[in-house]
Ligand binder design. Sequence first.
Ligand SMILES: *Cc1c(COP(=O)(O)O)cnc(C)c1O
Length: 390
Amino acid sequence: MSSLDGMRTRAVHGGRQDLGDLGVHAPPIDLSTTYPIPDHALGGEALGAWAEGAADAASPVYARLHNPTVARFERALAELEGTDESVAFASGMAAVTAVVQAACLMAGKRHVVAVRPLYGGTDHLLVTGLLGTETSYVNADEVASAVRPDTGLVVLETPANPNLELVDIAEVVRQAGDVPVLVDNTFATPVLQNPAAQGAAYVLHSGTKYLGGHGDVLGGVVACAARLAAPLRQVRILTGAVLHPLGGYLLHRGLATLPLRVEAAQRTAAELAARLEGHPAVLRVRYPGLGGAEGAGVLGPQMRGTGAMLAFEPAGDPHAVVGKLGLITPAVSLGSVDTLIEHPAALTHRLVGAEAREASGVPESLLRLSAGLEDVDDLWSDLDQALRAA
Ligand SMILES: *Cc1c(COP(=O)(O)O)cnc(C)c1O
């Protein structure tokens, strides 16, 4: 396999290079917590290498230092994002935490610039200052003026959670200057967008969403250059925010079908968005490329498709709409095989607060929908009857 292979080929074959030598077809799940070290001199060298952030060493030594099953997923994801390496974590939030710790705290910086809106958990983590950082929230065109000498990281999400606003990554990277930019690529997935190609230093995924794809695995991952991956692995060893090998296995397996799932769900989302726009009980639809969508200029050069997430404002009570649905699952999270809907103001973005939500373009009544793999007409019947009944 080469880096010139197509996305679907890389998705199927990535991270499987050692399986032939092992004589197996499915990647083994290595559940060992410790590894025999008959030669303690060599074992000590390996431990020292891991502690320095090495990507490989003679023995895993101990499961918090390294796991071969997780490492296969990391190689596969890095190939999809076009980066040297990737580093997996116990959850998307553990991944966000590790990037702040590596980019800010390990570098002696205390300031973060964040472009709103962001995932509610990321927003709240930065607001609380729990990690010892201070955060300035800005619009995408205000990043340059917010950067200070002690700024260690710029954080953005595109398409943004939950209103699908698009941000020009290369433009924010330009404004950030020497400061590394973290792009949360959870919504777009590597199938539709590779932020590293636009200059992002860190590309983050909540693997819990599209990468796993079946709503049964919690995990996070950061794709980046080798020199940035080493400190992330050091943080992971010290804080213990490791991904369980079973999670690594499931995320790796999820990657094989990722392009097909995203392409299918995207077709459905585009169709639902168009139909919702013509519905008498819908005030406004947010979907990349639809009339009035913010930042639509980056479609094409930055984002290769419009994605499988959409949001809309019903004319009636959003909770009544959700309550009338039968097929569509009322739940937080996204990127699963089934279609999910949720009310950000009540759930995912509750802790952001009404004022900050409104200011960042997230109206009170907005509903967020993650298109799944069902037949689009069945989804439409469900949405249509719920909107009419509410
Ligand atoms: C869910 C999510 C996260 C957090 O990931 P967890 O795996 O739940 O910790 C971060 N960013 C985005 C965009 C998300 O949707």
